[in-house]
Unconditional design. Structure first.
Length: 174
């Protein structure tokens, strides 16, 4: 009989390993069930999977979403709006030529040119709209108000190939 390959197996050892595995799995499941039972059930509105946001630095949708998110946060803090931050964001994200055109539009219309409104939206979304020549366009949908009294504005944001916003308009450049 070869010691490396015994023809006789020890059933007791196999049974002990199997019993240990079953016990470990059983304890893991019971621990999970106990932990789950001690956590209050989530509200129906949040029963969906947790939300996440991701992006990459060179992606137009991410860049436009980063700009609008930070800009709305800076403008929307009603207790202490941060106009210095809003100005710095414009300087960082907008081309100098567009910043001048935007300032002229704001003087003429008496509204914030980035938001095309006098107030700050409650929600916003950014969607890719494809390439336009050497640039890329994203659609920004701003939702103002809440409940049944909401108004949506759709803006077309043109990002030049060097990742600066070259235009914000209410119609597509396509």
């Amino acid at each position: 009989m070869n010691r490396k390959y015994p023809t006789h197996r020890r059933p007791g050892r196999r049974a002990a390993v199997a019993a240990g595995l079953v016990l470990a799995v059983g304890l893991g499941v019971s621990t999970q069930l106990t932990a789950q039972a001690s956590v209050p059930a989530p509200a129906k509105a949040s029963a969906a999977a947790p939300r996440s946001v991701s992006g990459t630095p060179g992606q137009v949708v991410t860049r436009v979403a980063d700009f609008y998110g930070a800009y709305i946060d800076a403008k929307g803090d009603y207790a202490d709006p941060d106009s210095t931050l809003a100005t710095a964001l414009r300087k960082h994200y907008l081309t100098p030529a567009f910043a001048k055109r935007l300032a002229a539009w704001e003087t003429e219309n008496g509204a914030d040119g980035v938001l095309r409104a006098q107030n700050v939206p409650a929600r916003w979304t950014v969607t890719d709209n494809g390439t336009v020549g050497n640039s890329h366009e994203a659609i920004v949908t701003l939702t103002f108000g809440s409940g049944e009294t909401t108004q949506k504005i759709k803006l077309f944001v043109l990002m030049e190939r060097y990742n600066h916003i070259a235009d914000i308009a209410t119609t597509s450049a396509r």
